[in-house]
Ligand binder design. Structure first.
Ligand SMILES: Cc1cc2nc3c(=O)[nH]c(=O)nc-3n(C[C@H](O)[C@H](O)[C@H](O)COP(=O)(O)OP(=O)(O)OC[C@H]3O[C@@H](n4cnc5c(N)ncnc54)[C@H](O)[C@@H]3O)c2cc1C
Length: 373
């Protein structure tokens, strides 16, 4: 039985961002463990090779404009990689440097399988494939990328989820159907068209929201890429095709809409409908909102169980979805300030986080976004 104070699950930007903050508050090495089922930055290592960050990176930290993809005020992926739109591998390399710099103890290739609550304020017993850990505080930062949405329509299992494609170059030449016209769908379409494939991109959202929040509309990076392929006659965009089912007729895949329209393709359709909300072994310790997101307190703590916190893109403080790094990093201080004050750590670093725009306390700032030109 390993005894520690804090366990963070997931060595992605959310888990490591919280870990780096606790280290800067002076938590002792033995009091913090990060568990990671794969490698540091595992989700990013699984990105298709050609995939790039849509949020630009820029090393502007010195002017209190922290690099949008940084997870601490004093690091910058742009500086590290010398690039504005990093690949998954480059971002994973940045995360490794953060681990090294802040001396974060990450136990890799260790999956958390089971969590038992020892009582309302008595902490948790955790079970991995080869260890038992007892801790007082648990931060779930297991992400979304490894839980693809494979239930959004009948026959979704016949499709290839875009997260399963490592390289677009490896696909046979022909006509592909891409389901889902948000960031991943456009990325798939762009890459397939660039390689000379014919693509039908299907989207059903009729939303024309008057907002520029990238959680709701395509990012400028993606819009710019879209404009590059706007005149490509090999791309057919159907914005009113709600997929109801995918099935096979012999060797051919048939994609059917709720209106009864059909599109045929010799290749499995590419499913770009996003991710499930899956909190793994802590799922049962949260209560869920009507939209599927877990309820959390003002400190991003479970409303059902004390000392269990959530970090990362599954944070939803109505109406604010904290799905990008530059958004959810503003909440690293929420669980860390509770843990820091209870463990009597030095909290003075939070002033630096506030100056760096990495301390988001008043979520109403996200409700009214206006752009005057
Ligand atoms: C195509 C695409 C492009 C994107 N572009 C951007 C962008 O430009 N800007 C931006 O801000 N965001 C972007 N995102 C979103 C961003 O990647 C995610 O929000 C971010 O990765 C979430 O970080 P995380 O640490 O919560 O999750 P992850 O990076 O997924 O980390 C979670 C970690 O937890 C581990 N884990 C899970 N379960 C367990 C378990 N039971 N035991 C042990 N370990 C476990 C996983 O292996 C993983 O390493 C993009 C996402 C996609 C899919």
């Amino acid at each position: 039985m390993i005894e520690t104070q804090v366990v963070i699950v997931g060595a992605g930007p959310a888990g490591l961002g919280c870990a780096a903050l606790l280290k800067q508050m002076g938590i002792k090495g033995k009091d913090l463990i990060v568990l990671e089922r794969g490698e540091i930055g595992e989700s990013f290592l699984r990105w298709p090779e050609s995939m790039r960050f849509i949020t630009p990176s820029f090393p502007s930290n010195g002017y209190h404009q922290t690099d949008l993809n940084a997870i601490t005020p004093d690091t910058s992926p742009a500086f590290n990689a010398g690039k504005e739109h990093l690949s998954g591998k480059e971002y994973a390399a940045y995360l490794k440097m953060v681990v090294k710099h802040y001396q974060i103890d990450v136990t890799v290739h260790t999956e958390l399988n089971k969590v038992t609550s020892l009582g309302p304020s008595d902490g948790f017993e955790l079970q991995t494939h080869n260890s038992h850990i007892r801790c007082q505080y648990l931060i779930w930062a297991g992400g979304e990328y490894q839980s693809p949405n494979t239930q959004s329509f009948t026959g979704a299992d016949l499709c290839i989820h875009n997260t399963r494609i490592r390289s677009w170059e490896a696909l046979d030449k022909g006509h592909y159907v891409v389901i889902g016209g948000y960031e991943s769908g456009v990325d798939a379409t762009f890459n397939l068209a660039k390689l000379g494939h014919k693509v039908t991109l299907l989207e059903c959202s009729h939303d024309n929201e008057q907002t520029y929040d990238p959680s709701k509309v395509l990012s400028p990076y993606t819009a710019e890429r879209m404009s590059c392929i706007a005149n490509n006659t090999d791309i057919d965009f159907n914005g009113e095709f709600e997929v109801s089912a995918v099935f096979k007729e012999g060797d051919i895949f048939v994609v059917q809409s709720t209106d009864g329209d059909e599109i045929r393709t010799p290749f499995p359709p590419i499913n770009c409908t996003g991710f499930e909300i899956d909190l793994g072994p802590v799922s049962e310790f949260f209560v869920y909102q009507d939209n599927g997101y877990p309820w959390v307190s003002a400190f991003d703590e479970s409303t059902k169980l004390r000392n269990l916190f959530l970090a990362g893109p599954r944070l939803f403080h109505d109406p604010t979805l904290l799905c990008f790094i530059y958004k959810f990093r503003g909440r690293f201080a929420a669980p860390c300030s509770v843990i820091g004050s209870e463990l009597e750590l030095d909290m003075s670093i939070l002033k630096h986080y506030r100056q760096a725009g990495m301390l988001l306390e008043d979520l109403s700032c996200c409700q009214q976004q206006e752009c005057f030109c």
